[in-house]
Structure formats: C-alpha cells, structure tokens
Design a protein around this ligand. Sequence first.
Ligand code: MN
Length: 288
Amino acid sequence: MSELKRALGIHGTASSHWVGDGFPVRTIFPSHGLTELSPFLMLDYAAPSRFEPSNRPRGVDEHPHRGFETVTISYQGSVDHRDSGGNSGTINPGDVQWMTAASGVVHEEKHGKEFTAQGGTFEMVQLWVNLPAAQKMSKPRYQGLSKADIPRVDLGPGAYARIIAGELNGVKGPAKTFTPVNVFDVRLEAGGSGELSLPSGQNSAIVLLRGEVVVNGTAALKGAAQVVPLSVSGERVFLDAKAESLVLALSGEPINEPVASYGPFVMNTEAELRQAVEDYRAGKMGRL
Ligand code: MN
C-alpha cells in the first residue's frame, strides 16, 4: 500500500497581466509562496475570457526562447504558432504543443484565424519546463500533440485524466521529454472524485485552474489559479470536486543545476544569458 503525498500549503494569485495583446494570464508559479518546483519553471493560466470578433489576430509578436521547453495547452479558443524552424500549426481545444526551444527558437503566438474572426471564449495554459545543462544547446524540437493522440485514464466517478506526458496506470502520454515528467490534464464533474499516483522522489503539485477541489482531504482549493505543492515522498493523491473543476497534475524529477534566467532565456550562468542575448541579436536563433 503506497503512501499519500502530503499537501504542503496553498499558493495562488488573483492578479493578472497581459502577454502581448492576446493572453490575459495569471502566473500561478513562480509566485511569492512557491518559487521552486524544478523542472517546472513557470505556469501561466489564461482564465476564460471573452474576445470580440476582430480582423487582426491578437497575441505575441516574434520573440525568442532558449534553454527550456514551452508547453501550450488549449482549453477554449485556439492559438496559431509559427517558428524559425519552419514549424507552424494551430493549437485547438484539447491539443497541446510541446516546443523544445533548446539552442534557440524565434516564434510568434497568435489567436487562431477562425477564432479571431468569430470571437469567443479563450482559455489556455503555458507551462515552461527546464532542460538539463547537457540539452540546453541541443537542436530545437516541435511536437504538435492533437487531442486524439492524448489518452484518457479514469480516476474515479466523474473524474478522468488526459495523459499529456509521462505515465499513469500503465497508460503513456505522447510527449517526448528529456527528463522524467508527468503532465496530466484532469477533469472533474461536480461531485466527482478520483485517485491518481505521482512518483515518490519527484517534485509535484496539484494546480486548480478553476473550480473547487479538496486535495487529500486537507487542502481545499476554490476559485481559480491555485496550487498545492506536494511532498516528495508518497505517491497517492485523492481529488474530491465540489464543483466542475479543471486541474493540472504535475510531477518531475528535479534538475539539480543552477538556474539563471532573463526574460525568454533560461540558462545555468549569467555568461550564458549574455551569450543568448547576443546570439538572438545576431540572428543565430533564426527569423520568421
Ligand atoms: Mn513564446
């Protein structure tokens, strides 16, 4: 019988800011209370918001990344992506884009054309996953994971998880990762409950995007953009939904290396950050 993971407090934020003119996000971590969840660097959540029809796609213009991966999950609305590696695609609801910036990618992220023209509700997550030093300067990689490629695991009555990366109950997610990582998109109905397992020895957290959920009978989350870090020891996690809820379950083997970050670059040293700025300016990360 494996042990329960302990809930280690509740952190969250009610304040939001705009990324470009398309993404009104709350940065769930790093925040005042939760600064360290290696290998995860950052989690931005765009809670449901309404956009009126427009003839010009909103979003973020051309910008670089180096040294980590960006994972974009669409819940409502869509995102068009185009990068310097020649990759492009539309991330529709249920789809995930797992982009390994590694040595450098320049990309733009905009609302999808159809969504822009019709308007509607937009809801999205972007998660940043660090790379080990040995892979920070490797070749960039792009994984467009469509909704149909992401398997589901039942967690209990009115609760299931979509396995984006990692493994649950023998079911593997489609994302290729550089270090062991689990990313589960968990959906619960009001009154739904379920159990999942996250490896002992990994950093882990349960994130309530929206709804109302009790984690392991002790941590009650309500509203939006809240996170419960869990103990490294133990495996089992119980979720009990008081309202329809959207949850992310995250775990990963910590990367025990120094982190130096500057805007869109996450490296190990200040010198590497200066090099990243220089390389971007010199066009070494490519252009759109
Ligand atoms: Mn970006």
